[in-house]
Design a protein around this ligand. Sequence first.
Ligand code: GAL
Length: 393
Amino acid sequence: MMKTKRLFAISLLFFLIIAGCSSKKTNTDVGRNDTQKVKIEDTHSDDGRTVVGISMPDMLLERWNRDGLFLKEQFEKNDCEVILRYANNLIDTQVNDLRDMINSGADLLVITAVDGAALSDILDEAAEANIKIIAYDRLLMDTEAVDYYVSFDNYQVGVLQANYVIDALALDSAEKTFNIEFVSGDPVDNNARFFYGGAMDTLKPYIDSGTLNVMSNQTGFYETSTAQWSTDLAQQRLQIILNSYYPSGTILDAVLCANDSTALGAARALEADYSEKNPVVLTGQDGDIANIYNIFDGVQSMTVFKAMDNESVVTADLGLAILSGSKPDADLIDTSNWDFSCDYNTTDYDNGVRVVSSYLLQPITITLDNIEEELFDTGYYSRNSAGLIYAVK
Ligand code: GAL
Protein backbone atom coordinates (compact mmCIF):
# COMPACT_ATOMS: atom_id res chain seq x y z
CA MET A 1 0.00 0.00 0.00
CA MET A 2 2.68 2.42 0.99
CA LYS A 3 4.63 1.67 -2.24
CA THR A 4 1.54 2.47 -4.34
CA LYS A 5 1.00 5.65 -2.40
CA ARG A 6 4.57 6.76 -2.91
CA LEU A 7 4.38 5.87 -6.61
CA PHE A 8 1.22 7.92 -6.95
CA ALA A 9 2.76 10.86 -5.10
CA ILE A 10 5.87 10.77 -7.30
CA SER A 11 3.80 10.53 -10.48
CA LEU A 12 1.64 13.44 -9.30
CA LEU A 13 4.80 15.39 -8.53
CA PHE A 14 6.14 14.65 -12.01
CA PHE A 15 2.84 15.67 -13.64
CA LEU A 16 2.65 18.97 -11.79
CA ILE A 17 6.25 19.88 -12.55
CA ILE A 18 5.65 19.09 -16.23
CA ALA A 19 2.52 21.19 -16.05
CA GLY A 20 4.99 24.00 -15.53
CA CYS A 21 2.57 25.91 -13.39
CA SER A 22 3.70 29.18 -11.93
CA SER A 23 2.35 30.96 -8.94
CA LYS A 24 2.36 34.30 -10.76
CA LYS A 25 -0.69 34.59 -12.95
CA THR A 26 -1.64 37.51 -15.13
CA ASN A 27 -5.30 38.32 -15.19
CA THR A 28 -5.78 36.67 -18.58
CA ASP A 29 -8.03 33.94 -17.27
CA VAL A 30 -11.76 34.35 -17.16
CA GLY A 31 -14.29 32.79 -14.90
CA ARG A 32 -14.36 32.06 -11.23
CA ASN A 33 -11.50 30.67 -9.28
CA ASP A 34 -12.01 27.19 -7.99
CA THR A 35 -9.90 24.50 -6.44
CA GLN A 36 -8.51 21.67 -8.52
CA LYS A 37 -9.98 18.20 -8.08
CA VAL A 38 -7.03 16.44 -6.47
CA LYS A 39 -7.17 12.76 -5.49
CA ILE A 40 -6.46 12.53 -1.78
CA GLU A 41 -3.91 9.86 -0.99
CA ASP A 42 -2.56 10.71 2.39
CA THR A 43 -5.25 10.76 5.02
CA HIS A 44 -3.94 10.91 8.57
CA SER A 45 -6.76 8.80 9.94
CA ASP A 46 -6.55 6.22 7.10
CA ASP A 47 -10.29 5.83 7.43
CA GLY A 48 -10.98 6.89 3.88
CA ARG A 49 -12.27 10.23 5.07
CA THR A 50 -10.42 13.50 4.51
CA VAL A 51 -11.18 15.76 7.44
CA VAL A 52 -10.21 19.44 7.44
CA GLY A 53 -10.42 21.47 10.65
CA ILE A 54 -10.87 25.22 10.13
CA SER A 55 -10.28 27.31 13.25
CA MET A 56 -11.18 30.99 13.01
CA PRO A 57 -10.54 33.56 15.81
CA ASP A 58 -14.00 35.08 16.19
CA MET A 59 -17.26 36.11 14.51
CA LEU A 60 -17.18 39.69 15.84
CA LEU A 61 -14.84 40.89 13.09
CA GLU A 62 -16.75 40.69 9.84
CA ARG A 63 -14.06 39.17 7.68
CA TRP A 64 -13.57 35.90 9.58
CA ASN A 65 -17.20 34.91 9.11
CA ARG A 66 -16.62 35.10 5.37
CA ASP A 67 -13.19 33.51 5.43
CA GLY A 68 -14.61 30.53 7.30
CA LEU A 69 -17.43 30.03 4.80
CA PHE A 70 -15.13 30.50 1.79
CA LEU A 71 -12.70 27.90 3.13
CA LYS A 72 -15.49 25.46 4.01
CA GLU A 73 -16.92 25.76 0.51
CA GLN A 74 -13.59 25.15 -1.22
CA PHE A 75 -12.71 22.05 0.79
CA GLU A 76 -16.21 20.56 0.60
CA LYS A 77 -16.09 20.93 -3.19
CA ASN A 78 -13.22 18.46 -2.99
CA ASP A 79 -15.12 15.89 -0.93
CA CYS A 80 -13.47 16.86 2.33
CA GLU A 81 -15.35 16.77 5.61
CA VAL A 82 -15.03 20.20 7.24
CA ILE A 83 -15.14 21.11 10.93
CA LEU A 84 -15.47 24.92 11.17
CA ARG A 85 -15.16 26.60 14.58
CA TYR A 86 -14.95 30.20 15.85
CA ALA A 87 -13.11 30.82 19.13
CA ASN A 88 -14.77 34.08 20.32
CA ASN A 89 -11.27 35.55 20.54
CA LEU A 90 -10.53 33.19 23.46
CA ILE A 91 -7.25 31.26 23.37
CA ASP A 92 -8.57 28.39 25.54
CA THR A 93 -11.58 28.01 23.28
CA GLN A 94 -9.34 27.84 20.21
CA VAL A 95 -7.15 25.19 21.88
CA ASN A 96 -10.25 23.15 22.71
CA ASP A 97 -11.57 23.57 19.17
CA LEU A 98 -8.27 22.29 17.78
CA ARG A 99 -8.20 19.34 20.18
CA ASP A 100 -11.74 18.41 19.11
CA MET A 101 -10.62 18.52 15.47
CA ILE A 102 -7.62 16.31 16.19
CA ASN A 103 -9.82 13.84 18.05
CA SER A 104 -12.29 13.87 15.14
CA GLY A 105 -9.59 12.57 12.80
CA ALA A 106 -8.48 15.82 11.17
CA ASP A 107 -5.93 15.35 8.39
CA LEU A 108 -5.33 19.08 7.91
CA LEU A 109 -5.77 22.09 10.19
CA VAL A 110 -6.28 25.59 8.78
CA ILE A 111 -5.79 28.06 11.63
CA THR A 112 -6.17 31.82 12.11
CA ALA A 113 -4.81 32.24 15.62
CA VAL A 114 -6.35 34.48 18.26
CA ASP A 115 -2.81 34.73 19.59
CA GLY A 116 -0.21 33.34 17.22
CA ALA A 117 2.23 32.50 20.02
CA ALA A 118 -0.25 30.69 22.28
CA LEU A 119 -0.86 27.44 20.36
CA SER A 120 2.54 25.74 20.36
CA ASP A 121 1.54 22.80 22.58
CA ILE A 122 -1.61 21.84 20.68
CA LEU A 123 0.20 22.32 17.37
CA ASP A 124 2.93 19.93 18.54
CA GLU A 125 0.21 17.39 19.36
CA ALA A 126 -1.20 17.76 15.85
CA ALA A 127 2.21 17.46 14.19
CA GLU A 128 3.01 14.34 16.23
CA ALA A 129 -0.18 12.85 14.80
CA ASN A 130 1.07 13.68 11.30
CA ILE A 131 -1.63 16.29 10.81
CA LYS A 132 -0.70 19.00 8.31
CA ILE A 133 -1.03 22.62 9.43
CA ILE A 134 -1.58 25.78 7.38
CA ALA A 135 -1.43 29.16 9.13
CA TYR A 136 -4.23 31.16 7.52
CA ASP A 137 -3.79 34.92 7.26
CA ARG A 138 -1.97 35.21 10.61
CA LEU A 139 1.36 33.46 11.11
CA LEU A 140 1.62 30.78 13.81
CA MET A 141 4.55 31.74 15.99
CA ASP A 142 7.21 29.95 18.05
CA THR A 143 6.56 26.51 16.59
CA GLU A 144 8.04 24.07 14.09
CA ALA A 145 4.57 22.64 13.63
CA VAL A 146 3.36 24.79 10.78
CA ASP A 147 3.73 23.57 7.20
CA TYR A 148 2.82 26.71 5.26
CA TYR A 149 1.47 30.23 5.66
CA VAL A 150 -1.12 31.78 3.37
CA SER A 151 -1.87 35.47 3.68
CA PHE A 152 -1.61 38.80 1.93
CA ASP A 153 1.52 40.92 1.70
CA ASN A 154 0.83 42.49 5.09
CA TYR A 155 3.76 44.91 4.96
CA GLN A 156 2.29 46.20 1.69
CA VAL A 157 -1.04 46.84 3.45
CA GLY A 158 0.74 49.41 5.64
CA VAL A 159 2.59 50.85 2.66
CA LEU A 160 -0.71 51.38 0.81
CA GLN A 161 -2.22 53.15 3.81
CA ALA A 162 0.83 55.39 4.19
CA ASN A 163 1.02 56.17 0.48
CA TYR A 164 -2.61 57.21 0.58
CA VAL A 165 -1.81 59.71 3.37
CA ILE A 166 1.22 61.02 1.43
CA ASP A 167 -0.91 61.60 -1.67
CA ALA A 168 -3.97 62.96 0.14
CA LEU A 169 -1.91 65.56 2.02
CA ALA A 170 0.51 66.15 -0.90
CA LEU A 171 3.37 65.71 1.54
CA ASP A 172 6.02 65.72 -1.19
CA SER A 173 5.20 69.34 -1.97
CA ALA A 174 4.16 70.32 1.56
CA GLU A 175 4.94 73.86 2.67
CA LYS A 176 3.68 73.30 6.20
CA THR A 177 3.54 70.63 8.91
CA PHE A 178 0.62 68.18 9.06
CA ASN A 179 -0.53 66.47 12.25
CA ILE A 180 -1.16 62.70 12.22
CA GLU A 181 -2.05 60.03 14.79
CA PHE A 182 -1.57 56.25 14.53
CA VAL A 183 -3.96 53.44 15.52
CA SER A 184 -2.27 50.06 15.21
CA GLY A 185 -3.71 46.56 15.55
CA ASP A 186 -3.76 43.82 18.17
CA PRO A 187 -0.27 43.40 19.64
CA VAL A 188 -0.65 39.59 19.73
CA ASP A 189 -1.51 39.51 16.02
CA ASN A 190 1.72 39.12 14.06
CA ASN A 191 0.07 40.77 11.08
CA ALA A 192 -0.34 43.99 13.07
CA ARG A 193 3.45 44.36 13.21
CA PHE A 194 3.70 44.07 9.44
CA PHE A 195 0.91 46.60 8.86
CA TYR A 196 2.64 48.96 11.33
CA GLY A 197 6.05 48.36 9.78
CA GLY A 198 4.93 49.07 6.25
CA ALA A 199 3.15 52.27 7.30
CA MET A 200 5.82 53.59 9.64
CA ASP A 201 8.73 52.78 7.32
CA THR A 202 6.95 54.70 4.57
CA LEU A 203 6.05 57.74 6.71
CA LYS A 204 9.20 57.92 8.86
CA PRO A 205 11.07 60.23 6.41
CA TYR A 206 8.20 62.71 6.65
CA ILE A 207 8.17 62.51 10.46
CA ASP A 208 11.95 62.91 10.60
CA SER A 209 11.82 65.95 8.32
CA GLY A 210 9.04 67.55 10.35
CA THR A 211 6.56 67.47 7.48
CA LEU A 212 4.48 65.10 9.61
CA ASN A 213 4.05 65.72 13.32
CA VAL A 214 2.53 63.40 15.94
CA MET A 215 1.09 65.69 18.64
CA SER A 216 0.64 62.79 21.09
CA ASN A 217 4.22 61.60 20.47
CA GLN A 218 2.74 58.07 20.30
CA THR A 219 4.52 56.39 17.40
CA GLY A 220 5.67 53.05 18.86
CA PHE A 221 3.92 49.78 17.99
CA TYR A 222 2.74 48.94 21.49
CA GLU A 223 1.64 52.45 22.48
CA THR A 224 -0.45 52.75 19.31
CA SER A 225 -1.77 49.14 19.43
CA THR A 226 -5.44 48.14 19.95
CA ALA A 227 -6.19 44.93 21.86
CA GLN A 228 -8.35 42.54 19.82
CA TRP A 229 -8.74 45.21 17.16
CA SER A 230 -11.48 46.63 19.37
CA THR A 231 -13.55 49.47 17.93
CA ASP A 232 -14.34 50.74 21.44
CA LEU A 233 -10.71 50.73 22.57
CA ALA A 234 -9.63 52.56 19.40
CA GLN A 235 -12.36 55.16 19.99
CA GLN A 236 -11.43 55.63 23.66
CA ARG A 237 -7.72 56.03 22.95
CA LEU A 238 -8.27 58.58 20.20
CA GLN A 239 -10.76 60.53 22.31
CA ILE A 240 -8.13 60.82 25.03
CA ILE A 241 -5.58 62.00 22.46
CA LEU A 242 -8.00 64.55 20.99
CA ASN A 243 -8.87 65.96 24.40
CA SER A 244 -5.23 66.01 25.49
CA TYR A 245 -3.40 67.31 22.43
CA TYR A 246 -5.93 68.92 20.08
CA PRO A 247 -7.48 71.97 21.76
CA SER A 248 -9.70 74.18 19.62
CA GLY A 249 -7.64 75.58 16.76
CA THR A 250 -5.24 72.63 16.58
CA ILE A 251 -5.77 70.77 13.33
CA LEU A 252 -5.57 66.98 13.03
CA ASP A 253 -4.93 66.14 9.38
CA ALA A 254 -4.85 62.32 9.36
CA VAL A 255 -5.41 59.20 11.43
CA LEU A 256 -3.69 56.10 10.05
CA CYS A 257 -5.76 53.13 11.27
CA ALA A 258 -4.50 49.62 10.55
CA ASN A 259 -7.95 48.14 9.82
CA ASP A 260 -11.65 48.96 9.52
CA SER A 261 -12.77 47.99 13.02
CA THR A 262 -10.29 50.46 14.51
CA ALA A 263 -11.14 53.05 11.83
CA LEU A 264 -14.77 52.80 12.95
CA GLY A 265 -13.65 53.72 16.47
CA ALA A 266 -11.54 56.58 15.18
CA ALA A 267 -14.47 57.94 13.16
CA ARG A 268 -16.67 57.90 16.27
CA ALA A 269 -13.95 59.68 18.28
CA LEU A 270 -13.61 62.39 15.62
CA GLU A 271 -17.39 62.80 15.51
CA ALA A 272 -17.55 63.18 19.28
CA ASP A 273 -14.38 65.07 20.18
CA TYR A 274 -12.88 66.86 17.19
CA SER A 275 -14.29 70.36 16.70
CA GLU A 276 -12.37 71.64 13.68
CA LYS A 277 -14.10 71.54 10.30
CA ASN A 278 -11.29 70.13 8.15
CA PRO A 279 -11.71 66.66 6.63
CA VAL A 280 -9.43 64.20 8.43
CA VAL A 281 -7.73 61.57 6.25
CA LEU A 282 -8.78 58.19 7.72
CA THR A 283 -7.40 54.82 6.55
CA GLY A 284 -8.63 51.26 7.12
CA GLN A 285 -8.40 47.66 5.92
CA ASP A 286 -10.82 44.82 5.05
CA GLY A 287 -13.75 46.58 3.37
CA ASP A 288 -16.15 45.99 6.25
CA ILE A 289 -19.68 47.07 5.35
CA ALA A 290 -19.93 49.83 8.00
CA ASN A 291 -16.72 51.30 6.63
CA ILE A 292 -17.91 51.07 3.03
CA TYR A 293 -20.82 53.29 4.07
CA ASN A 294 -18.31 55.64 5.73
CA ILE A 295 -16.31 55.82 2.50
CA PHE A 296 -19.42 56.70 0.51
CA ASP A 297 -20.27 59.30 3.19
CA GLY A 298 -16.76 60.82 3.13
CA VAL A 299 -16.09 59.87 6.76
CA GLN A 300 -13.37 57.32 5.86
CA SER A 301 -10.93 58.04 3.04
CA MET A 302 -9.83 54.56 2.02
CA THR A 303 -9.67 50.91 2.94
CA VAL A 304 -7.29 48.15 1.85
CA PHE A 305 -9.21 45.25 0.35
CA LYS A 306 -7.99 41.68 0.46
CA ALA A 307 -9.95 39.21 -1.67
CA MET A 308 -10.59 36.54 0.97
CA ASP A 309 -12.21 34.19 -1.54
CA ASN A 310 -8.90 34.06 -3.44
CA GLU A 311 -7.08 33.50 -0.17
CA SER A 312 -9.34 30.51 0.47
CA VAL A 313 -8.67 29.08 -3.02
CA VAL A 314 -4.90 29.25 -2.46
CA THR A 315 -5.32 27.63 0.95
CA ALA A 316 -7.51 24.83 -0.35
CA ASP A 317 -5.28 24.14 -3.37
CA LEU A 318 -2.25 24.08 -1.09
CA GLY A 319 -4.01 21.91 1.50
CA LEU A 320 -5.20 19.41 -1.10
CA ALA A 321 -1.74 19.23 -2.64
CA ILE A 322 -0.20 18.52 0.78
CA LEU A 323 -2.86 15.87 1.52
CA SER A 324 -2.24 14.25 -1.86
CA GLY A 325 1.25 13.49 -0.64
CA SER A 326 3.23 16.11 -2.51
CA LYS A 327 5.51 18.59 -0.84
CA PRO A 328 4.08 21.59 -2.65
CA ASP A 329 5.87 24.79 -3.40
CA ALA A 330 5.41 27.32 -6.15
CA ASP A 331 6.52 24.81 -8.76
CA LEU A 332 4.17 22.08 -7.71
CA ILE A 333 0.82 23.57 -7.01
CA ASP A 334 -1.38 23.79 -10.08
CA THR A 335 -2.21 27.50 -10.28
CA SER A 336 -3.78 27.28 -13.72
CA ASN A 337 -7.19 28.10 -12.29
CA TRP A 338 -6.01 31.19 -10.42
CA ASP A 339 -6.85 34.51 -12.04
CA PHE A 340 -4.96 36.52 -9.44
CA SER A 341 -1.30 36.98 -8.57
CA CYS A 342 0.18 35.16 -5.60
CA ASP A 343 3.83 35.43 -4.62
CA TYR A 344 5.74 32.56 -3.06
CA ASN A 345 7.95 33.82 -0.23
CA THR A 346 10.58 31.75 1.55
CA THR A 347 12.47 34.56 3.30
CA ASP A 348 10.32 37.10 5.13
CA TYR A 349 8.07 35.19 7.53
CA ASP A 350 10.20 34.05 10.43
CA ASN A 351 7.92 32.68 13.14
CA GLY A 352 10.58 32.79 15.85
CA VAL A 353 11.65 29.18 15.25
CA ARG A 354 12.04 29.05 11.48
CA VAL A 355 11.15 30.86 8.29
CA VAL A 356 7.79 29.57 7.07
CA SER A 357 7.24 29.21 3.31
CA SER A 358 4.41 31.54 2.47
CA TYR A 359 1.93 32.29 -0.26
CA LEU A 360 1.17 36.01 -0.36
CA LEU A 361 -1.67 37.56 -2.31
CA GLN A 362 -1.71 41.26 -3.12
CA PRO A 363 -3.95 43.82 -1.33
CA ILE A 364 -5.50 46.78 -3.18
CA THR A 365 -6.40 50.35 -2.21
CA ILE A 366 -10.11 51.13 -2.30
CA THR A 367 -11.34 54.74 -2.43
CA LEU A 368 -14.50 56.49 -3.61
CA ASP A 369 -12.93 56.50 -7.08
CA ASN A 370 -12.76 52.71 -7.53
CA ILE A 371 -15.08 51.25 -4.88
CA GLU A 372 -17.91 50.49 -7.32
CA GLU A 373 -15.59 48.87 -9.87
CA GLU A 374 -13.51 46.87 -7.39
CA LEU A 375 -16.12 45.83 -4.83
CA PHE A 376 -19.53 45.98 -6.51
CA ASP A 377 -18.91 45.25 -10.20
CA THR A 378 -16.77 42.26 -9.14
CA GLY A 379 -19.66 40.81 -7.14
CA TYR A 380 -18.18 41.09 -3.66
CA TYR A 381 -20.91 43.47 -2.51
CA SER A 382 -24.35 44.46 -3.75
CA ARG A 383 -27.33 46.56 -2.72
CA ASN A 384 -30.81 45.23 -1.96
CA SER A 385 -34.03 46.85 -3.16
CA ALA A 386 -33.83 49.30 -0.25
CA GLY A 387 -30.31 50.30 -1.32
CA LEU A 388 -28.69 48.61 1.67
CA ILE A 389 -25.24 47.14 1.06
CA TYR A 390 -24.63 43.45 1.71
CA ALA A 391 -21.74 41.06 1.13
CA VAL A 392 -22.50 38.72 -1.74
CA LYS A 393 -19.54 36.48 -1.14
C1 GAL B 1 -5.64 40.74 10.84
C2 GAL B 1 -6.14 40.62 9.44
C3 GAL B 1 -6.75 41.91 9.02
C4 GAL B 1 -7.39 42.72 10.12
C5 GAL B 1 -7.39 42.14 11.51
C6 GAL B 1 -8.78 42.08 12.07
O1 GAL B 1 -4.88 39.66 11.20
O2 GAL B 1 -5.12 40.26 8.53
O3 GAL B 1 -7.59 41.64 7.92
O4 GAL B 1 -8.71 43.03 9.81
O5 GAL B 1 -6.78 40.91 11.65
O6 GAL B 1 -9.26 40.85 12.20
